[in-house]
Design a protein around this ligand. Structure first.
Ligand code: PXP
Length: 243
């Protein structure tokens, strides 16, 4: 049996419900407290430039809470980097961001933006934050991640998770090779996007995983039962992981 696979719960969609009616509830902070009680290992929240769900205030309050480490998802843009330097979360995950997208659509183009990513990684690292880069499982991109000095990558599992079951084989192979390659470079490997209990079995075949970041499916499940139970169920399903 390998080491325990960790769960980071992305609570953006608690804020999505709040924003749908412009109310003050449900509070993402309450969700974070429940996730901690249920045994989650971390909380992820994405402060988007358009502030469509999570707001600046949520990030400061989540950081204060300290019951679980905060992984701040964000674009590599000056105004948001400034907030991250101020908040100093345990982790930052740099993601690409487009205004019109429903959710993060692809991995970061680390090769094209190497210098600027490198500089952000350096500032955040010196400030005490561990940086991960959200990327597709592509060897050249993963090699570029290493060049930025970031110690962690998060593999984008969206294409695999959204594919028809018959089309998933090759996509899973790419994720497996990507994880093996990243590990061989000494990078820590996380994974996330689109993961639910139905596609989890394939995800658990990816070697060297440290953390899965899961949001939408857990928050959806919590519509029909408690958030605590939804988190517990996911942790239980993930316990089958063997490095
Ligand atoms: N990881 C990253 C980098 C993401 O952008 C997202 C979506 O915000 C997730 C994980 C969680 O994805 P999902 O909500 O589909 O579980």
């Amino acid at each position: 049996m390998g080491k325990k696979l960790k769960l980071g719960v992305n609570i953006d969609h608690v804020a999505t419900l709040r924003q749908a009616r412009g109310t003050v509830y449900p509070d993402p902070l309450d969700a974070a407290i429940i996730c901690a009680r249920a045994g989650a290992d971390g909380i992820t929240a994405h402060l988007r430039e358009d502030r469509r769900h999570i707001k600046d205030d949520d990030i400061y309050r989540l950081r204060e809470l300290q019951s679980l480490p905060l992984n701040l998802e964000m674009a590599n843009v000056e105004s948001i980097v400034e907030i991250a330097l101020n908040v100093c979360p345990a982790e930052v995950c740099l993601v690409p961001e487009k205004r019109q997208e429903l959710t993060t659509e692809g991995g970061l183009d680390v090769i094209a933006h190497l210098d600027s990513i490198k500089s952000t990684v350096q500032s955040l690292t010196e400030n005490g934050t561990q940086v991960s880069l959200f990327v597709d499982a592509d060897e050249m991109t993963i090699a570029a991640c290493k060049d930025t000095g970031a110690p962690v990558i998060e593999l984008h599992t969206g294409a695999y998770c959204d594919a028809e079951p018959n089309d998933r084989g090759a996509l899973l192979e790419q994720l497996i090779s990507g994880a093996e390659y990243a590990h061989s470079l000494g990078l820590k490997v996380n994974a996330g996007h689109g993961i639910n209990r139905d596609n989890l079995a394939g995800i658990l075949c990816i070697p060297f995983l440290d953390t899965l970041n899961i949001g939408h499916s857990i928050i959806c499940r919590s519509v029909f039962q408690s958030l605590e139970k939804a988190v517990e169920e996911m942790i239980e399903a993930m316990a089958a992981y063997d490095l």
